[in-house]
Design a protein around this ligand. Structure first.
Ligand code: ADP
Length: 441
């Protein structure tokens, strides 16, 4: 009986063990599969499937897991495609910058070079590796401007956080060869923080040489032309004095025409000479104590015949006392002359011109207002540029070069002052000049 009981007991125990083991396996297998699957997916193999078919909670979890992996795979493939496209775009930009004909440089917020393109290497003569970490446009790289220039550059970029541009920069190559450049540097901002700077530079040495040659030619031609024209002037004046009474009306008219045309040519040549002086930088000043009112009065005298002919009314409101400035009187007269000549030229008959001189603290303010044709709003920004004439004057006033205001602006700039205007088309224009009384120049 003991033996039978032992055997039955043993068999029952074995059966119990096997059943428990079988049930245990059934429960744990999907968990093990799930765990293994998670590890495989973690390694990046998104095609793996846990694939448990059981209907219990573990089975549901496995299938959710497989679904999630599937979605992840689709997302991942989409992302990969996007990254490939973006990388292609970036490559395009990189190629474009690398092969651009102008120097392109990227610096950190301290101005130290992070990148420079091929044109940069060609223009400066350095290889990129020699420049990385050095300050762009400084003396340690290819710059050779003075302290004042760098202060202004740095202030514009870091304090004002604006683009700095200059058309008259002198640089030097690695071999100490000087060249003229035009530069533009912009801060790249994240909100208000500077992330880096991007600079572009163009070598304009050749353009400058052509400009210089052109100015030389204009200067030479003007000098050569002014001699015979002065002779014509002299003879016309002589004939007018000595022989006018012997001429008939028609001949007198011809003589007057000859004189006037010659005067126009002389004025034009004068303008050409002044422009070439401005552009060659040979406009020299001889400052001396000068009274603004006196210069204005004398300049105005030159226009009295035209004023009388057009029957213009002149209203003068001069500052009671003299306004004395240390300034070149000839240059100042040239500015007034250009403004007065325009006011007279662009006024209608019987129009009104108001001339005012005033002292405001350490500044002198001069204004010349006319009631003439005025300047169209859309052209006002170009009025001080060389050779520019507004559309509304072409037909009615064909005589004009578009050089007068360009010359006037350059002179006023040189004198350290300001020139501007206000105008309504058809109603007239007022030009203002502001000069510092304590002029250092
Ligand atoms: P110019 O008078 O010889 O054409 P300026 O340089 O003196 O050349 O003037 C440039 C242009 O500015 C003129 O052609 C004209 O269109 C405009 N302008 C200047 N002054 C006046 C003014 N007082 N009234 C109207 N337009 C003016």
């Amino acid at each position: 009986i003991i033996k039978v009981f032992s055997l039955v007991g043993f068999i029952l125990l074995l059966l119990f063990y096997l059943t428990a083991n079988w049930i245990g396996r059934r429960i744990t297998k999907p968990i093990v599969l799930l765990q293994r699957g998670a590890k495989i997916i973690e390694k990046g193999k998104l095609t793996h499937k846990v694939g448990t078919k059981s209907k219990d909670e573990i089975g549901v979890l496995s299938r959710a897991f497989d679904n999630m992996t599937k979605k992840l795979r689709v997302l991942y493939l989409g992302l990969e495609k996007k990254v490939r496209e973006r990388t292609k775009d970036l490559e395009k930009f990189k190629l474009a910058v690398q092969n651009a004909s102008d120097l392109v440089v990227i610096t950190d917020p301290k101005g130290k070079i992070l990148y420079i393109n091929k044109a940069g290497e060609k223009i400066t003569g350095f290889v990129a590796a020699e420049l990385l970490g050095k300050k762009a446009w400084s003396k340690e790289s290819w710059g050779m401007m003075n302290e004042k220039f760098y202060k202004k550059l740095w202030k514009t970029l870091t304090i004002n956080k604006k683009t700095f541009s200059s058309k008259s920069v002198k640089n030097k190559t690695k071999n100490n060869k000087e060249y003229d450049a035009e530069i533009k540097i912009s801060p790249i901002l994240d909100k208000k923080k500077v992330l880096f700077f991007v600079g572009i530079e163009r070598d304009i040495t050749k353009e400058r040489e052509i400009d210089r040659a052109k100015s030389d030619f204009v200067s030479l031609a003007s000098h050569q032309l002014s001699t015979p024209l002065s002779t014509v002037k002299w003879y016309a004046e002589f004939l007018n004095k000595k022989a006018r009474r012997k001429l008939n009306e028609k001949e007198k008219k011809y003589l007057d025409e000859l004189y006037k045309s010659n005067e126009r040519m002389l004025a034009l040549i004068d303008d050409f000479l002044n422009v070439s002086k401005i552009e060659m930088g040979t406009f020299y000043m001889k400052p001396k104590p000068t009274d603004i009112n006196k210069v204005m009065r004398n300049t105005l005298k030159e226009f009295l015949p035209q004023i009388a002919k057009k029957k213009l009314k002149i209203k003068k409101t001069f500052y009671k006392k003299s306004i004395s400035l240390n300034i070149d009187p000839k240059l100042l007269s040239m500015v007034f002359s250009n403004l007065l000549s325009n006011a007279v030229k662009y006024s209608n008959k019987e129009g009104k011109i108001e001339i005012e001189t005033e002292r405001q603290g350490s500044k002198a303010l001069i204004s010349i207002a006319d009631s003439g044709c005025g300047i169209p709003k859309d052209e006002q920004s170009k009025i001080f540029t060389r050779l520019f004439r507004a559309q509304n004057v072409y037909k009615q006033y064909p005589a004009g070069t578009g050089l007068g205001l360009y010359i006037a602006k350059n002179i006023v700039d040189k004198l350290g002052g300001k020139i501007w205007f206000e105008s309504d088309e058809g109603k007239g224009a007022t030009f203002f000049v502001e000069l510092l009384i304590k002029n250092k120049k």
